[in-house]
Design a protein around this ligand. Structure first.
Ligand code: GLY
Ligand code: MN
Ligand code: MN
Length: 435
C-alpha cells in the first residue's frame, strides 16, 4: 500500500482527536516454545496508521491547536541482529520509506516520551494493552504529574482504538483490492481441496493442499487457523485438530483462508468427500444455501446489522421447520431460542486487517450500525446436527454445514467478493469431479 494511504489515515485520526498526544506500539514477538518464535504479525491498529512491519516500534501523533506532528520510533540497524534475523530497516531506511514527520531511534523513546508528554492534557492509547512501551509512557505521565511547577499534565487517558477502528470500518479501494487478492488466492485453494479430496485421505492433507496454494501465491499468512472437519467433526465449531480420516459418504467442512498484506479473507465451503451429495446432505445444504443467498441479497446501505441478524435467524428457523427438525410456529420457537441449538453462531462479522475486524457494531448510543458503502462483512449461516442428536431426523445426523462468503457493501447494494468460488450443489460436484 502506498505511503499516501497511511498519511491520510493519520490525518483522519488527528481530526477525530481532541488536542493531545496518541501513542501506539507495535506487536511484540511471540514465543512459541523455549527459544522459538511464531512468525511475526504486526498489531493491526499500528499497521493501519503507518504500515511499519517491525517489532519494537512506537508511533506518536501530536495534536496542538495550530499544528500536528507524527513521530515513528524504530530500532536502529544492528549487525548482530542482521546476522541472525535479517536486517531491520533502520533509522535511515525508515526516513527514506515513511512519510511521518520524524523518525527517531527507539533507544531514545523512554527519555523522549517524557518530553513529548509535557504540555498535553489528553493521552490516547490502547487502554487494554499491557505493552511495555505504553507502560513507560504511563510512568512518564505519572512522574510529570508529580513534578512541582509543571504547567500541564495528563488529565485524561482515552481509548485510541475506538477512533481507529471506527475508521477501519469503511474500507478504501486499496484495502478492498488487498482483500480481493486474498479472496482470489483462497478461491483457488478451496477449488484445489475439492479437486484433490478422496475418501481415505486425512483432513490435514486437504489443509496441506490449501497451504501450498496460499504460499505458492505469495499470501502473507493464513488469516486464522484452518478448520478441515470431516463428517461429525463439522459440528465442533472451532475444530482445528484436522487429523481425522475423511470417510466415504461424509461431507467435509473447510473454513480456511489466507491474508494478503495483512488483509484477511474468510471462506467456508462444505462439500461431499466422494464428490456426490446424498439426498439428505443435499436437503440440508440447499436449506443453508437458500438462507445465505437471501441474507446476502438483503444487504444494502442503510440496513441495520441487527436487523440482518434477526432476519437470518428467522430464515434459519423456517429452514429447521421445513427440514422437520423443529415443530411449531416460528415466532414461539424463536422466542424459546430453539433454533440456537442447531444454528448457534452469528450471521457474520466485519472483516479487514483482522479476520474478525474489531470495528464497532453499535453507535455511541448503543444502536446497531447501519451498513455504509465500503464496509466488508462475512455472511456465514450454518446448521449443525450432531451424530448423537436424536431430536434430528436420522438421515441428517452427523451433518454440519456452513457456507461463508465475504461481502462488500456498495452504493446499489452489495458485491460478493467471493462469488467465484463454487457454491451450488451442481458447481461443487463439478469441481469435485474435475480431473
Ligand atoms: N473463520 C472464522 C470465522 O468464520 O469467523
Ligand atoms: Mn470462517
Ligand atoms: Mn467468519
Amino acid at each position: 500500500m502506498n505511503e499516501i494511504h497511511f498519511y491520510n489515515r493519520r490525518a483522519k485520526l488527528l481530526d477525530l482527536m481532541e488536542e493531545g498526544i496518541a501513542i501506539l506500539t507495535s506487536a511484540p514477538i511471540q514465543t512459541r516454545s523455549n527459544d522459538t518464535e511464531f512468525p511475526y504479525r504486526q498489531n493491526s491498529d499500528f499497521y493501519y496508521l503507518c504500515g511499519f512491519n517491525e517489532d519494537n516500534a512506537v508511533l506518536v501523533l501530536i495534536k496542538t491547536p495550530n499544528a500536528s506532528k507524527t513521530i515513528l520510533f524504530v530500532e536502529a540497524h544492528n549487525a548482530e541482529h542482521a546476522l541472525w534475523n535479517g536486517a531491520r530497516l533502520g533509522i535511515d531506511g525508515a526516513r527514506e520509506r515513511f512519510s511521518v514527520d520524524e523518525i527517531r531511534d527507539v533507544a531514545e523513546y523512554a527519555k523522549d516520551v517524557k518530553e513529548l508528554l509535557r504540555e498535553h492534557i489528553n493521552l490516547y492509547i490502547d487502554l487494554y494493552s499491557d505493552s511495555a512501551r505504553l507502560n513507560e509512557a504511563k510512568s512518564a505521565a505519572q512522574s510529570l504529574h508529580s513534578t512541582r511547577g509543571a504547567k500541564r499534565h495528563i488529565r485524561s487517558i482515552l481509548d485510541v482504538t475506538y477512533l481507529i477502528r471506527s475508521l477501519r470500518l469503511i474500507k478504501t479501494s486499496e484495502e478492498i483490492d488487498a482483500i480481493r487478492r486474498a479472496v482470489t488466492i483462497t478461491a483457488e485453494a478451496h477449488h484445489e481441496a475439492m479437486r484433490v479430496c478422496k475418501s481415505g485421505m486425512r483432513e490435514y492433507q486437504l489443509q496441506a493442499a490449501m497451504s501450498y496454494v496460499f504460499l505458492n501465491n505469495g499470501a502473507s499468512a493464513e488469516a486464522y487457523g484452518a478448520i478441515v472437519a470431516g463428517g461429525n467433526n463439522a459440528n465442533t465449531l472451532h475444530y482445528i485438530d484436522n487429523r481425522d480420516e475423511l470417510r466415504d459418504g461424509n461431507l467435509v467442512l473447510i473454513d480456511a483462508a489466507c491474508e494478503w498484506e495483512l488483509y484477511a479473507s474468510d471462506i467456508t465451503r462444505t462439500f461431499p468427500i466422494n464428490g456426490k451429495f446424498s439426498e439428505g446432505q443435499r436437503e440440508v445444504y440447499n436449506a443453508v444455501l437458500d438462507v445465505q443467498l437471501k441474507v446476502i441479497d438483503a444487504i444494502k446501505p442503510g440496513v441495520k446489522r441487527d436487523w440482518l441478524q434477526t432476519y437470518s435467524e428467522e430464515l434459519l428457523s423456517d429452514a429447521l421447520i421445513a427440514l422437520g427438525v423443529l415443530n411449531g410456529e416460528r415466532e414461539a420457537l424463536m422466542e424459546a431460542k430453539e433454533h440456537k441449538k442447531y444454528a448457534p453462531h452469528g450471521i457474520g462479522h466485519w472483516m479487514g486487517l483482522d479476520v474478525h475486524d474489531p470495528c464497532p457494531y453499535v453507535d455511541e448510543t448503543g444502536e446497531s450500525l447501519a451498513f455504509e458503502v465500503g464496509m466488508v462483512m462475512t455472511i456465514e449461516p450454518g446448521l449443525y446436527f450432531r451424530a448423537d442428536d436424536e431430536s434430528v431426523p436420522k438421515r441428517y445426523r452427523g451433518i454440519g454445514i456452513r457456507i461463508e462468503d465475504n461481502i462488500l457493501v456498495t452504493e446499489n447494494g452489495y458485491e460478493n467478493l467471493s462469488s467465484m468460488i463454487a457454491k451450488s450443489v451442481e458447481e461443487i460436484e463439478a469441481v469435485c469431479n474435475q480431473l
